[in-house]
Design a protein around this ligand. Structure first.
Ligand code: SF4
Length: 929
């Protein structure tokens, strides 16, 4: 890279060609003020406060856009520069409210600059404003008077988040920023990511206070900032908690993070106040006895009578009388004695535990150790079973590793990006910003999904296919790739096996056959197949639209085959990336929260592996794989599982066929729940223990990229709440297996010693941005691209799959296909997000989305109440019209207890991954009476 020599304020500097004067000055510690400039954004030079004098130039130059030149002589503080700067700032201050909302927390860049330049009362007349406040958004307050038209919000919205909601409206004096076509912000297509407010240098766009301490702190600003990780989705964005008076007051994005580069979505930025919700559990609770039998208090999951009820959260007034406050010793002793009694009478196999993908690696490592070493069973699982179990089954079988091959940011290097069965803009919003940016830069984006996701608006090709026909569609694509000679023959020869069997299967799926099964026109199948087949670097992302089927493993097998046959794996910008759901579903699986494997996916059936764990833990271990999530519920109903420990999971709402789950939970002899709120599942508990929220503890979390990151404690837990790992250690110790750790770091060291992929990681090495596994030794940096030379199983294996229909097809009685999923504003069973003020305000109620034509046919209008029933139950729910949902289908988010989608879903399982078919069952829709 060529170097340029220039002089700024008499200092000689050498900088790389293409550097701007402003950046060169920054590098050498010379401060040039800016308002419109942000190094994260494209420089535009509209505010001109960074003007400098360049020797030989006719006019003052904007330093943020003017590139350096060899021999350039720059002066940043001459009389003419300061005079121009002063006038500009004075003009901007003329109708700026002082102090503006941002200055009230001490950081309006304009007012700071005014003071710095010694500007007193402005000499210029202020504009006569009207309608300058826009408070329609639940999360951001707009004050147009404070806007300096620097366009930072516009560029943040366009360039960083690719949402393109903000622009300018009006002319001359009447120019102002505008949302969509001038709508109030809250009525626009704004997705409330807050990137605009984070970029705004003044009080024009500012986060509304969400917690009381924030209001208290307005005059003084936040007290301290704690680096942590977002507690919601698997993207694992780095965040900073702003803490004042012991309370969270704001969250900002971790700018140094390679994961999110400072970006956040609405949940990460505004969904933090649940930690201070008055319904937090603060003392242990013990069920009072027979007056309140289990299940009698739980929600009437038909939902009918609750549909109109606001909030829909557990009604504490109804539920709390069933429990009495207890001392920790009494509650822990009761758990230990009841679990021990069940084990002594019925064997360890009568016990089971659900850990949580929301808890840290350390919590989950201790959880599975407790279940295995103390309960004496491998009946330990978590919501990975509801998420990507089938993807992992297929990846383990074909490649030998369930891990993603490439980090999602590699999408920037791909020339073709295929996203299938993943609503990334809503479920992995920050990852989606990278996908949208890739499409803008010229990558070909292919989006495939029966329900049109918003990402399709950015796609070159969107394929809507009939639900449940994934295998036929993917076989059709592979048929064309092979037929047209687009396979990577060298890769197939050198690095794979089983290609001929795959070829034989897909030859039965020519485009016309695939078209007949899937509904996608044959010519589109041809075009998309050729596009993927000809790519230099192609990347595949998938979500639960692929995995949550009884054919989930087959669906994933086909995607893996497509990548293998084209050699699109093992290089940057290629590969397979099943987007992980919860914040730590990857980590919980890595640390052994799976019934068939210990940490690092080491089989419980392997005698050598088992011996290693037996030596480390000092007990004999069960050689048989345990039961999975849905199998445990079935066994509980049958009476073979009698005691359960539940850490942070809420199967009552998250598992399929809620009425069956209800019977299963009620049938347990003993249930202990540790959680931060009294969840629907906790209503069935004999003992409830108050745990700490994400912000109240330290621990590591592993994101969808395999990046292990440190979450740090920011606030104290409420009341007597304790960390999950401490609770588990206390139970184990009381059951006769002493577990004593000083802190999570000590647990991490033990865990890493038994987890080859984590062996080189330590708290010290994780630092502020974390590290990727595999990292087998302390001298290695972590691995971004996997499978560069070989696959863990040796050769990649093609496993052909034949199309098979979903387990329960629509018929006369139940003519619609139900698809369940998540909303942008909510997470999982809503335990946290529905107790977040902003998120609840943005999306307060359950709804069923149908195509407008179906609504008309059913005689329903938007917001009417419909009764939706399946063979397993019925709910009453409001309907909304949405063309994203195909005719004949209905989409229902599963977050809402008052209209619980899983009352309807079927508990049929994929035979390999044991994942339920959340994405397909038959339902009937009629007007609610
Ligand atoms: Fe949190 Fe996921 Fe949003 Fe990032 S994308 S802020 S990890 S919810």
């Amino acid at each position: 890279m060529s170097m340029i020599r220039l002089t700024i304020d008499g200092h000689a500097l050498d900088v790389t060609a293409g550097t701007t004067i402003w950046a060169a000055a920054q590098q050498s510690g010379i401060r040039i003020p800016v308002l419109c400039h942000d190094p994260q954004l494209r420089p535009v030079g509209v505010c001109r406060v960074c003007t400098v004098e360049v020797q030989g130039a006719r006019t003052l130059q904007a330093a943020c856009v003017r590139p350096v030149e060899d021999g350039m002589v720059v002066r940043t503080a001459t009389a003419s520069v300061l005079g121009a700067r002063r006038t500009l700032v004075e003009l901007l201050l003329a109708d700026h409210p002082s102090p503006c909302a941002r200055e009230q927390v001490g950081n309006c860049a304009l007012e700071y600059l005014g003071r710095d330049l010694g500007i007193g009362l402005p000499r210029f007349a202020a504009r006569a404003w009207h309608d300058h406040y826009d408070t329609s958004s639940p999360v951001i307050a707009v004050d147009h008077r404070a806007c300096i038209l620097c366009d930072r919000c516009i560029r943040a919205c366009d360039e960083v988040q690719s949402n393109e909601v903000i622009g300018r409206a009006g002319k001359g004096y009447d120019t102002r920023i505008a949302f969509d076509l001038g709508q109030p912000m809250g009525n626009s297509t704004c997705v409330s990511c807050g990137e605009c407010a984070a970029a705004c240098p003044t009080g024009a766009l500012i986060d509304k206070p969400l917690t009381q301490p924030r209001a208290d702190s307005l005059a003084r600003g936040p007290e301290h900032v704690v680096d942590s990780v977002c507690p919601y989705c698997g993207v694992g964005c780095a965040i900073q908690y702003h803490v004042r008076n012991g309370a969270l007051v704001q969250v900002s994005g971790g700018a140094d993070s390679p994961v999110n580069q400072g970006r956040l979505c609405v949940k990460g930025r505004y969904g933090f106040d649940y930690a201070h919700h008055p319904q937090r559990l603060t003392v242990p609770l013990i069920r009072r006895g027979d007056h309140y039998p289990k299940g009698a208090l739980s929600p009437e999951v038909r939902g009918d009578e609750r549909a109109g009820r606001p909030g829909g959260l557990v009604n504490y007034d109804d539920v709390l009388p069933a429990f009495r406050a207890a001392k920790w010793d009494e509650a822990l002793d009761l758990i230990a004695s009841r679990m021990r009694a069940i084990k002594n009478t019925h064997g360890g196999g009568a016990l089971a535990g659900f850990g949580s993908a929301k808890c840290s690696n350390e919590d989950n490592y201790i959880f599975q150790k407790l279940v295995r070493a103390v309960f004496g069973t491998n009946n330990v699982d978590h919501c990975t079973r509801l998420c990507h179990a089938s993807s992992v089954a297929a990846l383990m079988e074909t490649i030998g590793s369930g891990a993603v091959s490439n980090v999602f940011a590699d999408v920037a290097l791909a020339d073709v990006v295929l996203v299938i069965g993943a609503n990334a803009t809503e479920n992995h919003p920050v990852a989606a910003t990278f996908m949208k940016a890739a499409a803008k830069r010229g990558s070909t984006l292919i989006v495939i999904d029966p329900r049109r996701p918003p990402l399709a608006d950015h796609a070159d090709y969107y394929l809507r296919f009939k639900p449940g026909t994934d295998v036929a569609l993917l076989n059709g694509l592979m048929h064309v790739v092979i037929r047209d000679g687009l396979i990577n023959a060298d890769f197939v020869r050198d690095r794979t096996e089983g290609f001929e069997a795959l070829r034989a299967t897909v030859q039965h799926y020519p485009p016309d056959v695939a078209a007949r099964i899937t509904g996608v026109p044959a010519d589109i199948i041809e075009t998309v197949a050729r596009c993927y087949g000809r790519a230099r670097c192609a990347m595949i992302f998938w979500g639960m639209g692929i995995s949550q089927h009884t054919t989930g493993t087959d669906n994933a097998r086909c995607l893996i085959s497509l990548a293998l046959m084209t050699g699109n794996i093992g290089r940057p910008g290629t590969g397979l990336h099943p987007l992980r759901g919860q914040n730590n579903v990857q980590g919980a699986s890595d640390v052994g929260l799976i019934p068939m494997v210990f940490t690092d996916y080491q089989s419980v059936k392997d005698p050598a592996v088992r011996r290693r764990f037996e030596r480390a833990w000092g007990v004999a271990l069960d050689p048989n794989p345990g039961l999975t999530v849905v199998e445990i519920m079935t066994a509980a109903q049958a009476g073979t599982i009698r005691g359960m420990l539940m850490m942070g999971e809420n199967p009552f709402l998250s598992d399929p066929n809620t009425n069956k789950v209800r019977k299963a939970l009620a049938a347990l002899d003993f249930l202990a729940v540790q959680d931060i709120f009294l969840t629907e599942t906790a209503e069935f508990a004999d003992v409830i223990l108050p745990a700490t929220s994400f912000a109240e503890k330290e621990g590591t979390y592993t994101n969808t990229d395999r990046r292990v990151q440190l979450g740090r404690k920011a606030i104290e837990p409420p009341g007597q709440a304790r960390t999950d790992w401490q609770i588990l250690c206390d139970i184990a110790t009381r059951m006769g297996y002493p577990m004593r750790y000083q802190n999570p770091e000590e647990i991490f060291r033990e865990m890493a010693s038994l987890t080859p992929s984590y062996a080189g990681l330590s708290y010290e090495r994780l630092g502020s941005i974390g590290m990727l596994w595999p990292c087998p030794s302390p001298t290695e940096p972590g691995t971004a691209v996997l499978f560069t030379e070989r696959f863990p199983r040796g050769k990649g294996k093609f496993v052909p799959a034949e199309f098979a229909p979903a387990k329960e097809l629509p018929d006369h009685q139940y003519p619609y296909v139900l698809n369940t999923g998540r909303l942008l504003e909510h997470w999982h069973t809503g335990t946290m997000t529905r107790r977040s003020k902003a998120l609840d305000a943005l999306e307060p109620e359950a709804y069923a989305e149908l195509h407008p034509a179906d609504l008309r046919n059913l005689g329903l209008d938007e917001h009417d109440l419909a009764r939706i029933s399946s063979r397993r139950g019925a709910i009453t729910i409001k309907v909304r019209a949405g063309e994203r949902t195909a005719p004949g289908s209905v989409f229902i988010p599963f977050h809402f207890r008052e209209a619980a989608a899983n009352v309807l879903t079927i508990d049929a399982l994929d035979p390999f991954g044991k994942i339920p078919e959340f994405k397909f069952c038959a339902v009937r829709i009629e007007r609610a009476q």
